[in-house]
Design a protein around this ligand. Sequence first.
Ligand SMILES: [Zn+2]
Length: 303
Amino acid sequence: MVGVLASACLLAALVAGCGGRGTGAGDGRIPVVTTTGMVADLVRNVGGERVAVTALMGPGVDPHLFKASEGDIARLQQARIIFYNGLHLEGRMGDILVKMAREKPTVAVAERIAPERLLVTEDGVEDPHIWFDVSLWMEAVEVVRDHLTELDLDGRAVYAQNAQAYRAELEELHTYAREQLATIPAERRVLVTAHDAFGYFGRAYDVEVMGLQGVSTAAEYGLADLQRLVDVLVARGIKAVFVESSVPRSSIEALVEGAAARGHTVTIGGELFSDALGPEGTPEGTYVGMVRHNVDTIVAALR
Ligand SMILES: [Zn+2]
């Protein structure tokens, strides 16, 4: 009987790790858990076949409001390394991330961005939406490379090569975004969205950005915020505003109605992916595809 149990455990160990640290994937790949899809995509690009990545936040999920479920906590516990965005993007996961950091590498991909490159709001809050400036996201590539290497030295060459190739792809993407957005006449290069996710985007690509809510969706917007933006839409003749996949459309629809009441027609220029990737298997399900989609949507509506 003991022999049967022991061999059952041996078999289980081969499949999923029995009593030892679970591999999650069960195939020798390193189980990695991330918060957002953008971070997951980054780790997949750098880790390649050596990692099995699970993102806790799927398409359409707002990271500012996300709370880890019991299932999520179980997944975090099974990971060998955790990557998250940081800068309080995951505002309601602070406690669990602190707890995880006592047990295993728990890494903010934003950890190495120089303070002088961070945007800070009037209230002194650091803007967490660093993925909107592709050149900032390129720094996150190196953070992932170095932490994976530290955990898995055998993969050093693979991580270095993958990181270099991905950085080159991002360099191209950065150039694409800059060139495309520059084709919108400067006076019309104004991006109005539901929340202030696009600050880095605006700085990197010379686009004026305005959001109805602040850098987090956790704060409600008021009538005064709405009125202030409607005034700008009317005064500058801005013809399109944009909805975000992870924020309810109602706030943007209120802007369209507000402008219409003042005799100014504003259309919804399309849906942008701000704080979450698109569905898996679609072009917008990757970071590069998401940025391209956003750039192309903005250019088509404003040019
Ligand atoms: Zn956001």
